[in-house]
Design a protein around this ligand. Structure first.
Ligand SMILES: [Zn+2]
Length: 266
């Protein structure tokens, strides 16, 4: 968890649940954006504290990754304008007042991580907008399937800052840690792979010279002892051997590189 939750509860505990008679289980986390590009988060909270009777949510995210909890979770909410209000474990609003791409990126990361953490906390599957009642849902999806009002947030707002719907779905379902761990493994694998295949021996058919190559450079191998190391006579490198004519090699790497008198310290 990279974000910190500031608790500023302005919706009375069980207010919605008692007023609407909502009962457990609460099987969804809802994703919204505020549609209010000029309001600082504190103003949103102040507004909610006076108007929660008309609509409410549980968390507010924005301003470089700030997270404010404004209502208790697991009680339903009046956030969708439809019957899935009774499924709200948590409803997260992304404050649309964004001052830079960096600001957005930090808040987006918190938005995704918070949604995933709240879902995990409630045993809700990490899925986005699937037909199953349980899962994380955008307001847009609830509306388009008859479970919300006509609101289509947060799709256009995220797209404006470079996050496509496909990206949102990927991030909600996989998170960031898994992705970066995967990338890391992939990178390491690639590096190993590179080292293994890109070093090889070249034996010139006509000049009988031996070279070791990385694919972008060659070094003349002076002694049979070193050649033995490369070729697995004594060492463990066990490099493959390419046969080439000296002239081909000179063309490929340049005569300066293939010259046996080349000073490789330069
Ligand atoms: Zn909404």
């Amino acid at each position: 968890m990279a974000y910190k939750i500031e608790r500023n509860i302005v919706v009375p505990d069980k207010y919605v649940q008692n007023a609407s008679g909502f009962v457990a289980p609460f099987r969804q986390v809802h994703l919204h954006s505020t549609a209010n590009p000029s309001a600082p988060l504190n103003n949103e909270v102040a507004y909610l504290s006076r108007n929660y009777q008309n609509g409410n949510y549980t968390h507010l995210v924005g301003e470089n990754g700030r997270v404010i909890q404004v209502a208790e979770v697991g009680q339903g909410a009046w956030d969708l304008g439809g019957n899935w209000n009774a499924e709200t474990y948590a409803a997260i609003e992304f404050g649309e007042k964004v001052t830079s791409q960096d600001d957005f990126n930090k808040s987006y990361k918190a938005y995704i991580e918070l949604a995933r953490d709240l879902a995990k906390q409630a045993g809700i599957p990490l899925t986005l907008d699937t037909q199953d009642v349980s899962g994380i849902k955008t307001h847009n999806y609830a509306s388009s399937t008859g479970h919300g009002s006509d609101h289509v947030d947060p799709i256009a707002f995220l797209a404006k800052w470079g996050v496509s719907y496909a990206q949102l779905k990927r991030d909600i379902e996989n998170g960031f840690e898994a992705q970066s761990a995967e990338n890391q493994t992939k990178k390491e694998t690639e590096n190993n792979f590179t080292e293994e295949i890109e070093m090889y021996l070249i034996n010139c058919i006509d000049s009988k010279r031996w070279y070791v190559s990385t694919g972008v450079d060659v070094r003349y191998i002076k002694t049979t002892r070193i050649l033995g190391n490369y070729g697995n006579q004594y060492g463990k490198l066990n490099l493959r051997v390419d046969k080439m004519y000296q002239k081909e090699l000179d063309v490929e790497f340049g005569k300066n590189a293939t010259d046996p008198k080349r000073d490789i310290s330069k």
